[in-house]
Design a protein around this ligand. Structure first.
Ligand SMILES: Cc1cc2nc3c(=O)[nH]c(=O)nc-3n(C[C@H](O)[C@H](O)[C@H](O)COP(=O)(O)OP(=O)(O)OC[C@H]3O[C@@H](n4cnc5c(N)ncnc54)[C@H](O)[C@@H]3O)c2cc1C
Ligand code: FES
Ligand code: FES
Length: 486
């Protein structure tokens, strides 16, 4: 296996090669402390505030795609063969002066103290490149991961609405130089395994999924790093040693999404954003829920496999995937096994994963006729917040009778878990409000939720029961299109 002992990437318009880096070095520290690109700010260092937003461009199937990400929890090693674009790289619009998005922010008074502004400009830049004339909803979605504590959002939203009048993405350098940058990135993708280290802090970027399997056999205690939206915080908040870390975010073989006749197969390394279109086409009722996971930047980095593997009782994908009847494929070396996702979660902090094993795929059944689906997230803040309670329903109805039900909750137990007593109360009964309310009443047999700083036990139980009523109002009461506002 050919090795390389440095990472190579494009930073704005220059190529960078670095060998002396550890697994835990962040992109933000490199930008600010080494490259002296201090336009990118550090606010929270945990992916919440968006002050550190940069664009990262990567080739996927040969196509260059830029996404806004949080540099504070993005490890430097993971930008190998990428194009990192910081706020300093924004160029003047056609009339000179500032970039169109920056000028719109100035003219619409979108900045006061200015600390959040570079991050907001980068998020709006990414939106403008993707959707020059966005709807209000698209703007709000793009800004989910950016906090501004002094301007207020109305002027920023007005700037986003106006940006298209200041210039067109067609003449932006990220488009006019796309071919040249694609060629430079293609030249950086040499198919080598990359190993870099500073002292004992080691990062390995396997050359392929097979190489990942081999590396994890060799280093069974290694930290797998996918999007780093959990692992990043282990470093920036808890100062944990993650070495040796085996990175997976560059492995296209782990990001494939295939829609087959009976099932959809998602590579464990597919990000939330990667899965969005496929889910929207198959399970449109889940779109709103999906878009309430974290903010845009984190959804571009965070993977479904990482959300499952971290085993959190309040991860948002497990309840939905369990309700849909998903399975996962675990791989150790060349050996693979399939497992119903619900069986992966054994107890709080304990999952059915052997040392050296990794999640390779998630398999979700295609939608069946006569099924009703919904997923709900209840959190203190609407955007960019962790669930107090999450619920997912998948109920099959034939001729007015419920013939099958899978209902799963997050935040109600030490693991994401099915509500089996509630399911039993539904199956075989009439598809009616009374049936769902009976099921809601039986939740006491399924769960005894904890009280913590997010919610009390009583609140969680009451909310969980109420979601059965909501499910009926949206799915059973006649007008399934009428979704209640969150
Ligand atoms: C600001 C912010 C907001 C967030 N909001 C939400 C939210 O609303 N809902 C929510 O559910 N989560 C949220 N999260 C948590 C996080 O985004 C998710 O858990 C994410 O899906 C983790 O995926 P990742 O690829 O970033 O995993 P990583 O951080 O790279 O890894 C997470 C864990 O999974 C392991 N791992 C990763 N991939 C594999 C694999 N293929 N096989 C085996 N192990 C693997 C890692 O070793 C680690 O233990 C948020 C995080 C941040 C920073
Ligand atoms: S510094 Fe707050 S998201 Fe990165
Ligand atoms: S302008 Fe001050 S935080 Fe946004």
């Amino acid at each position: 296996m050919a090795h390389r002992q440095e990472i190579r990437f494009l930073l704005n318009d220059r190529q960078v090669a670095i060998g002396d880096i550890g697994a835990s070095d962040t992109l933000l520290d490199h930008l600010r402390l080494t490259a002296a690109l201090t336009g990118t700010k550090e606010g929270c260092a945990e992916g919440d505030c968006g002050a550190c937003t940069v664009l990262v461009g990567r080739l996927r199937d040969g196509v260059l795609r830029y996404q806004p990400v949080n540099a504070c929890i993005r490890f430097l090693a993971s930008v190998d063969a990428c194009h990192v674009v910081t706020v300093e790289h924004l160029r003047a619009g056609e009339g000179g002066g500032l970039h169109p998005v920056q000028q719109a922010m100035v003219d619409h008074h979108g900045s006061q103290c200015g600390f959040c502004t570079p991050g907001i400009v980068m998020a709006l830049y990414a939106l403008w490149m993707q959707t020059p004339e966005p709807t209000r909803h698209q703007i709000e979605t793009a800004l989910q991961g950016n906090l501004c504590r002094c301007t207020g959002y109305a002027p920023i939203i007005r700037a986003a609405e106006a940006a298209a009048r200041y210039g067109t993405p067609a003449t932006d350098p990220l488009n006019t130089e796309r071919e040249a940058v694609t060629a430079r990135l293609a030249a950086l993708q040499d198919g080598h395994r990359v190993e870099v280290a500073r002292d004992d802090d080691r990062a390995i970027l396997p050359a392929s999924v097979d190489d990942l399997a081999a590396m994890l056999l060799e280093h069974p205690a290694a930290t797998v790093v996918a999007g780093a939206t959990d692992v990043g915080l282990w470093v920036t908040k808890h100062f944990r040693d993650i070495s040796p870390a085996v990175f997976t975010g560059h492995l296209e073989g782990l990001q494939q999404i295939e829609v087959g006749d009976t099932a959809m197969r998602i590579g464990a390394g597919a990000s939330y954003t990667d899965c969005e279109a496929m889910l929207a086409a198959e399970y449109p009722n889940l779109t709103e829920y999906w878009n309430r996971i974290a903010g845009w930047q984190v959804r571009n980095m965070g993977t479904v496999g990482g959300n499952i593997a971290n085993g959190s009782p309040i991860g948002d994908t497990p309840p939905v995937l369990i309700a849909l009847g998903a399975e996962i494929v675990l791989r150790r070396g060349e050996a693979r096994r399939s497992l119903a996702l619900e069986d992966f979660f054994i107890d709080y902090g304990k999952q059915d994963r052997a040392p050296g094993e990794f999640i390779e795929q998630i398999i979700i059944p295609r939608r069946a006729n006569g099924t009703h689906h919904a997923a709900y997230k209840v959190s203190k803040r609407r955007d960019d917040d962790i669930s107090s309670v999450a619920a997912a329903f998948n109920v099959t109805v034939a001729e007015g009778t419920v013939t099958a039900a899978r209902i799963a909750f997050g935040g109600m137990a030490g693991i994401p878990k099915r509500a089996k007593a509630a399911e039993a109360a539904i199956v075989g009964a009439a598809w009616s409000e009374a049936t769902l309310l009976t099921a809601a009443a039986s939740l006491d047999d399924d769960f005894a939720p904890l009280t913590d700083w997010r919610a009390s036990s009583e609140y969680r139980m009451q909310v969980a029961r109420n979601l059965f009523r909501r499910f009926w109002l949206e799915q059973g009461a006649g007008d399934a299109a009428a979704r209640l506002s969150a």
